[in-house]
Design a protein around this ligand. Sequence first.
Ligand SMILES: *[C@@H]1O[C@H](CO)[C@@H](O)[C@H](O)[C@H]1NC(C)=O
Ligand SMILES: *[C@@H]1O[C@H](CO)[C@@H](O)[C@H](O)[C@H]1NC(C)=O
Ligand SMILES: *[C@@H]1O[C@H](CO)[C@@H](O)[C@H](O)[C@H]1NC(C)=O
Length: 366
Amino acid sequence: MGSESTIFIMISAVLCQASAVLSPVVIEEQYLFQPGNPGEVDAYRIPISIMCPDRSILAFAEGRKYGRGDYGSKFLAMRRSKDSGDTWTTTEFVLDDNPSVDGLNLGNVIIDYYNNSVIIVYVHAHTHSELYMVKSLDWGVSWGKAIALSDRNPKLKGYEWTAGPGYGIQLKYGPHKGRLLSCGHGMSLELREASCLYSDDYGDTWHLGGRVLGIPFNHTKNTGDFAPGESQIVEMYDGTLIMMSRNTEAFHCKCRIFSKSYDAGESFPVSDIWMVDDLPDPNVCGSILHHNGILYFSGLDSRTSRTNMTLYWSLDNGITWPGYLPIYLHNSAYSCLTAIDNNNIGLVYEKGNNGHIAFSKIRLHA
Ligand SMILES: *[C@@H]1O[C@H](CO)[C@@H](O)[C@H](O)[C@H]1NC(C)=O
Ligand SMILES: *[C@@H]1O[C@H](CO)[C@@H](O)[C@H](O)[C@H]1NC(C)=O
Ligand SMILES: *[C@@H]1O[C@H](CO)[C@@H](O)[C@H](O)[C@H]1NC(C)=O
């Protein structure tokens, strides 16, 4: 090899390394959902966002009409951005559950790249549990009718389970490529578990998938028991799935529960459940994202209260989490991450404790 090409290779190696240096920074932030109109919505909660193949970002939240509580009547609110999160359409309501006491709860938003659809899986769960989905075939511009998941699989009738909250995924690799996965948690404290539903027919029929059962199983949990709650899942390049769950009873530590599946979400072996001491959990929902080989986590840097929204990242598939970027060092809670492009990710999160949802755009490399 000539010395010229050797030098060229050396220079490009240095340039590659330099451009690969990960130094995330928030480049813009704005409120997406704010309560205000009297008689309309008292609080927005449970933010979810997702990037569509046409490059529009969809952001969703529960619009809680008459109070901040988890139950009660709600809108499913949405805004769309066509310019990578810089500007957004005005708030639309995808669903209105009307003055029902069994208000809807989010939920997973999933992109089906095969059928070009967006699927929202949600639950009505106050007095009687029922899972539903609603689909859009035009990247969120219009939405079809709500369909009960039990219409196609009677085993899901009355299933006490809720998706997410956050985004769900479609598998890109392996023998079950194309499978849709909606992961979430069993709702009662007796049957609190992290588990997934999957669909191999592009969302027509959903089946019970892998479960990370709570211990003691089917008993009320005490502080310190194993009770994985709200969950999100990502797929790695080798087809391994990594699920991150809320540690609702502070098992082992006030930190996150992780688990792995090697069979496309049908099981989560106990030998592959681990606790991440470095990711605090004051008992709140968080989010994970696999983006270009790096795992990102958004959650709270506090073990005691809902404050300190922070972005963490891991370069070794979730074992160590050396990356740390404070986003908002005040009251904050639920969040959801979205890949925007190679150099930017988005974060929707509950900012403050008055029902406001903000969107942050985070640039990854300088
Ligand atoms: C979704 O796409 C698959 C694969 O292209 C096709 O077989 C199936 O009929 C489609 N389903 C729906 C509900 O459109
Ligand atoms: C949980 O326990 C209750 C009461 O003992 C029982 O009726 C129910 O079938 C159990 N559920 C499961 C999933 O084991
Ligand atoms: C929030 O973060 C700040 C700065 O890192 C820290 O001093 C504070 O203790 C954190 N608050 C809580 C409640 O953990």
